[in-house]
Design a binder for this molecule. Structure first.
Ligand SMILES: Nc1ncnc2c1ncn2[C@@H]1O[C@H](COP(=O)(O)OP(=O)(O)O)[C@@H](O)[C@H]1O
Ligand SMILES: [Mg+2]
Length: 254
């Protein structure tokens, strides 16, 4: 692939073992590529290393070996704060601070570039489907879906190139999950955002398209493109996932 936004080569990550025990391998020889404006979904049983892999992309975790390139640069050569602005992580449980929605959108390290005017704050709220009146709402009083849309607005305000989504809808009830899926799809189209998502929701994958990567115990067991739709997927576990079955319920390859 020429000029990918994210390129991972032979990434391995192990945690040192407790008191002389052998190291614990979390990711082993993972390679992947994502085109600009593309999408990639990470699927796999709980504990397979999906979150760890996602966090390696913006240096919230450091691999033991291998390289991660973002926008053509080895992430180790980028300022971590700048990298995390350009590749913004949205987590399963929205993290909002005490104060109003405005306070939460405003909060940023000194020197963060960007337009944080009232007009821009309103614009970005509308972009995630919330009325500008929400700026004055106490963040603690929002529903889970509204909170998640505020965290997405906070990322969008900083003009990211990519969103890293770690089960962004898992903590939400179905109507709120649907609203967040819609918000992500719309922002992606409007801004040509690249998206890497960990999700158990086939609905989100169908909206995103792109590629599906199946991780089992830190290894890539399947990696396929969704271009031709779900029927073009060869791996039985990915087919089952797209049909709405939980990856935990799918037997491993013999
Ligand atoms: N700091 C850590 N030290 C040791 N093991 C860890 C640490 N963080 C995560 N792990 C282990 O790494 C594995 C993958 O975790 P994670 O990436 O959260 O998986 P997933 O998101 O697929 O559920 C798990 O077995 C987890 O226990
Ligand atoms: Mg996880």
């Amino acid at each position: 692939m020429s000029d990918p936004i994210v390129a991972v080569e032979h990434l391995t990550l192990a945690y040192p073992g407790d008191r002389g025990r052998p190291a614990v391998s979390v990711l082993t020889d993972v390679s992947l590529n994502m085109a600009r404006g593309g999408a990639l979904t990470l699927v796999g049983p709980s504990g397979s290393g999906k979150s760890t892999l996602l966090r390696c992309l913006n240096r919230l975790e450091e691999p033991t070996a291998g390289t991660v390139r973002f926008d053509g640069r080895d992430v180790r050569s980028l300022d971590p704060r700048e990298l995390r602005r350009r590749a913004a992580l949205v987590m399963q449980t929205p993290v909002l601070f005490e104060g109003t929605v405005r306070d939460n959108l405003w909060l940023r390290p000194a020197g963060t570039p960007g337009d944080f005017s009232e007009a821009r704050l309103s614009e970005v709220l509308i972009e995630v489907g919330l009325e500008p009146l929400f700026l004055d709402r106490d963040a603690a009083t929002l529903s889970g879906g509204e909170k998640q849309r505020v965290t997405i607005a906070r990322a969008l305000l900083r003009d990211p190139q990519a969103l890293l989504l770690d089960e962004p809808t898992s903590a939400l009830d179905p109507p709120n999950a649907a609203l967040v899926v819609e918000t992500i799809s719309r922002a992606r189209e409007a801004r040509r955002l690249s998206i890497v998502a960990v999700t158990h929701q086939p609905e989100l994958v169908r909206h995103l398209g792109g590629s599906l990567l199946f991780l089992v115990r830190g290894r890539v067991e399947a990696y396929e493109r969704l271009d031709g739709g779900a029927s073009a997927i060869g791996d039985a576990r990915l087919q089952a996932f797209l049909a709405g079955e939980s990856p935990r319920a799918v037997p491993a390859k013999p």
